[in-house]
Design a protein around this ligand. Structure first.
Ligand SMILES: C[S@@+](CC[C@H](N)C(=O)[O-])C[C@H]1O[C@@H](n2cnc3c(N)ncnc32)[C@H](O)[C@@H]1O
Length: 244
């Protein structure tokens, strides 16, 4: 029984604009190259999330904030007791891809177009599990805490997030310097233009935190337990698990 519905919660005027669509497709193709080459450790992340979800022995619902095209989650949820998947993303083109990617999944699916901060804060239905891959780091620290607090109130079991992480004592500038020094030579599969796109995005938007701060934010949000459960081989990203 598959129920697929894209609910409209944000004005979609920008996607009617051909330039915006072209921009999205360009950026998404570049991001997809990073995912396909496993530069961001998506394989191990999928294994880690899959392991946590297979440990749940009852049917469960999962909220995926910033779900993107849901390309990975389909495999993560295979062989689990997931009975409902709710994806939220600000990008309608990404959700249209998600709709295709999730087509044959044997659980109920809702896809919502909108800002996840706003939607989680006014979400009426709790989910058993909430997941976010590579997005909360765009929020300022207070908003990260607010979002985790809202997730705490609407999650029955645990929240897991995969986010960029500063080394202990590292500043944001130091992180950006390390990002460029390590990744420009490593990401040989990107053209100069694609690298520039990624570098500009990270420079303008990313607000990583130290592991200590990510864990403190979870405790301040009211979670009983906060733990770093995975640190990626490139030393840039970690998964944090917050138990209710
Ligand atoms: C780097 S992608 C991550 C996609 C996927 N979760 C993954 O791990 O590969 C970030 C996603 O966050 C979405 N996004 C960013 N800010 C958002 C917001 N405030 N509300 C909803 N989605 C947002 C973007 O549209 C994009 O699809």
């Amino acid at each position: 029984m598959v129920k697929l519905a894209i609910h409209e919660f944000a004005p979609s005027s920008e996607i009617d604009d051909a330039n915006a669509m072209e921009q999205f497709q360009k950026q998404w193709r570049t991001y997809q190259k990073l995912v396909d080459s496993d530069a961001l450790s998506h394989h191990e992340v999928a294994d880690c999330l899959h392991g946590a979800l297979t440990a749940i022995d009852k049917p469960f619902s999962i909220l995926d904030i910033a779900c993107g095209d849901a390309g990975e989650i389909k495999h993560v949820l295979a062989d689990t007791k997931a009975n409902h998947y709710h994806g939220i993303d600000l990008s309608e083109p990404a959700l249209e891809l998600a709709e295709k990617n999730l087509q044959d999944c044997p659980f109920e699916i809702d896809l919502d177009h909108g800002d996840y901060v706003e939607m989680v804060e006014r979400r009426p239905e709790p989910a058993d599990v909430a997941w976010c891959g590579l997005s909360i780091h765009h929020l300022k620290r207070d908003r990260k805490r607010d979002l985790l607090t809202a997730l705490r109130k609407t999650t029955e079991r645990f929240v897991m997030i995969y986010e960029p992480t500063l080394k202990e004592g590292e500043t944001r500038d130091g992180y950006l310097e390390r990002f460029r020094t390590v990744n420009r030579p490593a990401w040989t599969f990107l053209t100069d233009e694609e690298w520039q796109q990624i570098n500009d995005h990270v420079t303008q938007c990313d607000l990583p935190e130290t592991a200590e701060t990510w864990l403190a934010l979870g405790r301040e949000a009211g979670f009983a337990k906060a733990a770093e459960v995975f640190h990626d081989r490139t030393d840039f990203y970690s998964i944090y698990r917050y138990d209710v």
